[in-house]
Design a protein around this ligand. Structure first.
Ligand code: M6P
Ligand code: ZN
Length: 195
């Protein structure tokens, strides 16, 4: 029989005031310059790039081997703010292994989870502390901070899921979330390219 290469069980801690994983082996920080072309209003984006605000950070809890059977987990902290009238958001992705699912758990603040099939069918879920959201296989997903404080959630995903950012970069999401009369509103994305 093959020997199993056991991974030693462990715990790590998410600070519930901030969402920070203290001993995170990897932290990804995204400023506006890292997500150029993401927002619908290119002029507003260009005007803000000199300030180059930090829009979100991802704290990974585990440097998971990217193999079937392993899980990865992380917290995402999205700052409050807007580019034009479009709220700060993540890049969004499909999974490179498209049939991999994911679970999100809301910790702080208020956000929208925007999901899309490759055919452009949109689904929107509202998130806040305590809400568990299920991202089924094959749905692209992006999170958006629609509140006035940080929006923070925990994600758990198969470690071999991988990231397909290219499809989003080339086609975008069919909908955007914008502030209209002080409220988050779903609007058509003028830059969406049907697949
Ligand atoms: C969630 C998960 C992560 C992802 C992060 C930021 O926490 O889906 O895997 O990295 O959001 O989203 P993105 O990678 O699309 O910028
Ligand atoms: Zn994902």
């Amino acid at each position: 029989m093959d020997m199993i290469d056991y991974i030693t069980p462990f715990t790590s801690t998410v600070d519930l005031q901030t969402g920070i994983i203290g001993d995170a082996p990897l932290i990804v920080t995204r400023r506006l310059s890292d997500v150029r072309g993401l927002y619908a209003d290119a002029q507003a984006e260009a005007a803000l790039v000199s300030d180059n605000p930090l829009t979100y950070e991802v704290y990974y809890g585990y440097n998971s081997p990217e193999v079937e059977g392993q899980l990865g987990y992380c917290t995402t902290i999205i700052r409050p703010g807007e580019v034009g009238d479009e709220y700060f958001m993540t890049k969004g992705h499909y999974h490179a292994k498209a049939d991999r699912a994911e679970v999100y758990y809301g910790l702080i603040g208020e956000g929208y989870l925007l999901l899309q099939t490759p055919e452009g069918k949109i689904n929107i879920q509202e998130m806040r502390a305590g809400v568990v959201a299920y991202v089924p296989p094959h749905w692209g997903h992006r999170t958006i901070n629609v509140g006035s404080e940080n929006f923070v959630f925990l994600s758990v995903f198969p470690a071999d899921a991988g990231y397909d950012y290219k499809t989003i970069a080339e086609h975008g999401f069919a909908s955007i979330i914008v502030e209209r009369e002080g409220r988050p509103t779903v609007a058509p994305n003028p830059r969406y390219q049907v697949k």
